[in-house]
Design a binder for this molecule. Sequence first.
Ligand code: FE
Length: 331
Amino acid sequence: MRIISAVLVLSFAVPAFAAEKLVVYTARNEQLIKPLFDAYTEETGTRIEFLTDKEAPLLARLEAEGKSTPADILMTVDAGNLWLATEKGLLAKIESPQLEKNIPAHLRDPDMRWFGLSVRARTIIFNPTMIQPAQLSTYAALAQPEFKGRLCLRTSKKVYNQSLTAVMLAELGEEKTEAIVRGWVANLATEPFASDDEVILAVAAGRCAVGVVNTYYFGRLKRSQPDLNVALFWPNQGAGESGVHVNVSGAGVTTHANNKVGAQQFIEWLSKGDAQSMFASLNLEFPANESVAADPEVTAWGAFRQDKINVNEAGKLQTQAVKLMDRAGWK
Ligand code: FE
């Protein structure tokens, strides 16, 4: 009799367990996120349905769906995009001591509506045949006349460059930032490129001596083309300097989530241990949780000091940054 009741309990427990479901809208590529969803399902039984798209259509969809959205979680890259989601009222406040402990303060929304889960560094790259690391120092120095005709940049339309400029605005003020950006534009070897990959390939080919890109693009290209003549440089490391510009890929619980508790639990799971490690390593990024080690391929690039300004500043100053870049002629 005891055995039978145990079996009955079990047979009821399984479908109830398996019925737990989460819906994630994500701007992160499927191959970078699906392994995490699968691992979570295996560990907890929670099914995860997801929709991938670019950030703008995802935000527009969430906004249009309003209260009837099926989405419990929004995952996207760049604090500029996460900030925009909060401005539109699409993310709910999360109260989680666990997330506050796992994710450093500069990598999360001060109002706890999103949390960074991986860190991407936007750094300087150089062609070692054309330039020596001793000639490099800061982002601002790339505006000096010695870099005339030697700099390659991606278009200012990409949020990564808008965030970089916005953070400079927050740290240096409008006048200095505009002078730097104008200097960069004056030093361009060629028109801005559509992608970070094109910047890296142009530097490697000697079309320009230096560029500014996110390190994971460098890592991916080096994996497929180990002989590429390009190296990383960590700028702004001197005393009193800001550190390397970093941004995040992060997530928040949607305002109209059907499963708020489950959504929060999943984000908490992503903020620790093996999930953190996997989340960062799949895209050669750095874990947001400082107690988790980066992938050996990433740590091989050397240690650096991050800029500890709250990445949310990038969002707040985004409009001002876009106007400034436009004025300065950064296409
Ligand atoms: Fe990217």
